[in-house]
Design a protein around this ligand. Structure first.
Ligand code: ADP
Ligand code: MG
Length: 403
């Protein structure tokens, strides 16, 4: 696979280079809640500008439904990117994706300068199921530059115009972020140092079933928390007691049998919570109680793992040589349900293991809880992409660079 250094070895001074970045940051009331992805995009952009290229960044924000949506404009991102690049001004933002404004913006772009195209998903062809429509948008994007750098790791699992088709039309290479992410994930899928402990949480089992199936044969221990643990707990309880015992917690009833099979096959590798924090409503001021994991009363829901579970998970993590963590242990966004995620994150950080955090919300949790990012070997910018890689799937945005 060609890398950014290969491109820089050619002279890029005075050349226009299109960079696909992942700048899909969480917004709260129009402000950026976590700028981790913007910061992660800086190394590739600055390497190119320092080499004298005119850099045209293409990125998306959220999921606009019917064309341009002012609430999902990349304007706040252009502002923050300008600050982080030390420009003293926002990065120039085109008003459209490949239209007149985009063309004028890139034509006026000086060597060593950066411009940002407006949210590429404002153009419905970006995510179209129709190859020809994606191809047509890719042609227009390719017309804006003479080379393409794929650096949006969070989207490389998507067959989309600005990720996949455009890479076929321009001389292309992988950016530094994509290379770094792949290096780390290869360490996890290759021959990881043992014990290899995986921690999974987040909201839904259905999102993570494929990765559980793929990882189970490879890991020594799989610690399960978050909303997804309740479907496993139900699978454990039902045959013994005839009751699922998870009250009003997140439960994917159609997956109980699958979870039961995984528990049977896993030969003790899957560790579920012993205790959980419950409340009647998902509310900052809700009365929270700790109960044994399989004894949640009706009308109450499990919203975090309990303190005994944090200690138990912590003991497994302290022994680990390799850790992959995806998905918060509870609703960490609300203070009464944040302790489990904090406890597990601290245990991973303190373990001395080669530790990788995957998943947008997990990465946001590390930062929002004020934990030291440097204590983790790697914090991935791509939740879905890293999971698909670990599932053993081919990622279209990577395959196209290798082809
Ligand atoms: P990631 O983005 O790290 O892959 P997910 O998107 O799968 O993680 O899940 C994150 C969400 O899961 C968070 O918003 C969190 O509030 C939610 N969550 C965690 N535990 C629970 C729970 N017990 N009940 C409901 N939601 C939960
Ligand atoms: Mg998420």
């Amino acid at each position: 696979m060609r890398t950014l250094d290969d491109l820089l070895a050619e002279d890029v001074r005075g050349r226009r280079v299109l960079v696909r970045a992942d700048l899909n940051v969480p917004l709260e009331g129009g402000a950026i809640a976590d700028d981790g992805r913007i910061r992660a995009s800086l190394p590739t952009i600055t390497k190119l500008t320092e080499a004298g290229a005119a850099v045209v960044v293409v990125a998306h924000l959220g999921r606009p439904k019917n064309g341009p949506d002012p609430a999902l404009s990349l304007r706040p991102v252009a502002l923050r990117l300008g600050e982080l690049l030390g420009l003293g001004a926002p990065v120039a933002l085109a008003e459209d994706v490949t239209g007149r404004s985009a063309q004028a913006t890139v034509e006026g772009l000086a060597d060593g300068a950066v411009a940002l195209l407006e949210n590429v998903r404002f153009d419905p062809r970006e995510t179209s199921k129709d190859d020809a429509e994606r191809g047509a948008l890719a042609e227009e994007l390719a017309g804006l530059a003479g080379a393409f750098v794929s650096d949006g790791f969070g989207v490389v699992h998507r067959r989309q115009a600005s990720v996949y088709e455009v890479a076929k039309l321009l001389p292309s290479c992988a950016g530094d972020l994509v290379v770094a992410e792949l290096d780390v994930l290869r360490r996890l899928t290759g021959d990881p140092e043992r014990p290899y402990v995986v921690v999974l949480g987040g909201s839904k089992v259905s999102d993570k079933l494929a990765v559980i199936e793929a990882l189970l044969p490879k890991v020594d221990t799989l610690l399960v928390g978050g909303g997804m643990c309740f479907t496993f707990l139900a699978a454990l309880n039902l045959p013994e007691t005839g009751r699922h015992g998870v009250g009003g917690s997140l439960l994917e009833a159609d997956l109980v049998d699958t979870c039961r099979r995984l528990l049977d096959d896993a030969a003790g590798k899957i560790v579920l919570p012993d205790d959980v924090v419950i409340a009647q409503q998902l509310d900052e001021d809700a009365e929270a109680r700790v109960v044994p994991a399989g004894e949640i009363p009706d009308g109450w829901k499990g919203l975090d793992i309990g303190p005994a579970t944090v200690r138990g998970f912590g003991a497994e993590l302290a022994k680990a040589a390799t850790v992959f963590w995806n998905g918060p242990m509870g609703v960490f966004e609300l203070a009464p349900f944040a302790a489990g995620t904090r406890g597990v994150a601290e245990a991973i950080a303190g373990s001395g293991a080669f530790s990788v955090v995957g998943g947008g919300d997990s990465a946001a949790a590390v930062r929002q809880l004020g934990l030291d990012e440097g204590a983790f070997a790697h914090i991935s910018t791509g939740g879905g992409a890293s999971l698909e890689f670990l599932e053993g799937k081919q990622l279209p945005g990577i395959a196209v660079l290798e082809g």
